[in-house]
Design a protein around this ligand. Structure first.
Ligand code: NAP
Length: 132
């Protein structure tokens, strides 16, 4: 490398729903590939634990059903540019539709719709998410 040149910044991956399950594994895999990871979910303690395990990680505690825009603000505050978005946060419900709790169904719709509307392509963000 030429003297005076800074090494390139590692790419930044933002993983929603990083506090458990598939999101945690995405974060681990991306960190292993050299990404800085931004870990997003509500359970701060779990995110902090994962961040300690990974080399370069940032924690953003956020309820994406309530205030997804907070993630965008926080990323800006951190001075990061997101290269890859794994928009994985979500939950499933099972049973006969008419027997399910209406508020939980509404929460699911809010989460799945709002996070996509707010977090989509400010830059070239890639969304990896299953439609539940
Ligand atoms: N596992 C499967 O077989 C399967 C099948 C089809 C689809 N999926 C979908 O794949 C995704 C991951 O599944 P999983 O099995 O890994 O689920 P999981 O272990 O329950 O993880 C869900 C993640 O979403 C986060 N989350 C939920 N509500 C949130 C909210 N309001 N704001 C921010 N984060 C929220 C949770 O974090 P906090 O609770 O800490 O906020 C958690 O990190 C989900 O979207 C799920 O619906 C999974």
């Amino acid at each position: 490398m030429l003297r005076g040149m800074r090494p390139p910044e590692p790419p930044v991956a933002l993983v929603t729903g990083a506090s458990s399950g598939i999101g945690t594994e995405f974060a681990r895999a991306l960190a292993k590939r050299g990404h800085q990871v931004v870990l997003v979910a509500r359970r701060r303690d779990r995110l902090d634990e994962l961040a300690q395990e990974l080399e370069a990680a940032h924690v953003v505690e956020c309820d994406l059903a309530a205030e997804p825009q907070a993630v965008v603000r926080k990323v800006e505050e951190l001075g990061l540019t997101v290269d890859l978005l794994v928009n994985n946060a979500g939950f499933g419900t099972w049973g006969r539709f008419w027997e399910l709790a209406p508020e939980q169904e509404a929460q699911q719709v809010r989460l799945l719709v709002r996070k996509n509307v707010q977090l989509r392509g400010r830059r070239k963000w890639l969304t990896a998410q299953s439609a539940t």
